[in-house]
Design a protein around this ligand. Structure first.
Ligand code: NAP
Length: 271
């Protein structure tokens, strides 16, 4: 990763485990200084200690992205430094259910993190990058953002916002020297997925996802991670005009069926 263009500091939001930690390790190896944001202080401190042990300068911020004042909290740790790269990674959905039955705080938090959070962080750090005429922004998406899925209404809609938002931001910022990328990822072996009981042994490695994001930051507006099956699924579920049929046929399945689908894809690929 080009430290001259995207450095000296990289802000990784959701940067204590999984894909976020993989971003942090790759960036530290390339000489970036890091600000890592997540809720739980212990994993943040552990990763920071590991990266400092390899010579990186690291700041950590323990904050909840669902809180309305989160940007102010993070800014308190970044207003005195130059953030040349924003990676907004956090955003997974861990509670599924009918939208009208889920507690309001569950769906509000998904929208706050993925919609308001991505927009507010991109506005603040993007404006500073545009002033300097350089920098990069990576916003994490999901294949789920190509299709409204029952039991995941807020999540799939929020990821769709992220993709469309990124496309526009990319077009606005590219002539001003700032690269913007929507990193669209499929099933990935993160601790969040493992905690939900998903068969992460069949999933993509977080390091591959992060590496593809960094290597393709200038190939926006959208990069779909090259895990076999991802691009085919994106094409299949976004290309059809018959939305009723597509939504019924291709909705994200309940978790046990998703696990079976992952096994089937793996078998096909290994053939
Ligand atoms: N894993 C997959 O299969 C998959 C598939 C498609 C898309 N994605 C997308 O990839 C991104 C990463 O997913 P993930 O599976 O690693 O899970 P995640 O929970 O979105 O991300 C994990 C990181 O974000 C932090 N985080 C989560 N909620 C937070 C909050 N409210 N405030 C502050 N930090 C928070 C976690 O630390 P704390 O828990 O300590 O806060 C951790 O550092 C997400 O945007 C997700 O939608 C993932």
């Amino acid at each position: 990763m080009n430290l001259e263009k995207y450095g000296p500091w990289a802000l990784v939001v959701g940067g204590s485990e999984g894909v976020g930690a993989a971003f942090a390790r790759l960036l530290a190896a390339d000489g970036f200084r890091l600000i890592l944001v997540a809720r739980k202080p212990e994993p943040l401190q552990e990763l920071a200690a590991e990266l400092r042990g390899r010579g990186a300068e690291v700041r950590v911020v323990s904050a909840d992205l669902a809180c309305p004042d989160v940007l102010a909290t993070v800014r308190a740790a970044t207003d005195d430094i130059e953030v040349g790269l924003l990676v907004y990674n956090a955003g997974a959905n861990n509670t599924r259910g009918l939208f009208v039955e889920l507690p309001e705080e569950v769906t509000q938090s998904v929208i706050a993190i993925n919609v308001l959070g991505q927009a507010n962080f991109a506005r603040h750090y993007g404006a500073l990058m545009v002033k300097r005429g350089q920098g990069g922004i990576i916003l994490t998406g999901s294949l789920g953002g190509y299709l409204g899925s029952p039991t995941l209404a807020a999540y799939t809609a929020a990821k769709s916002f992220s993709r469309i938002f990124t496309e526009a931001l990319w077009a606005e910022c590219a002539p001003l020297g700032v690269d913007v990328l929507h990193l669209n990822i499929g099933f990935t072996a993160t601790p969040a997925m493992a905690r939900l009981g998903m068969p992460v042994a069949l999933a993509e490695a977080p390091e591959t996802v992060a590496r593809e994001g960094l290597e393709n930051i200038a190939n926006g507006p959208v990069w779909i991670v090259s895990t076999p099956g991802n691009r085919e699924r994106a094409r299949l579920i976004s290309g059809s005009d018959n939305r009723a049929e597509t939504v019924r046929a291709h909705a994200i399945a309940p978790r046990d069926q998703t696990a079976q689908a992952a096994r089937d894809v793996k078998k096909l690929v290994e053939r």
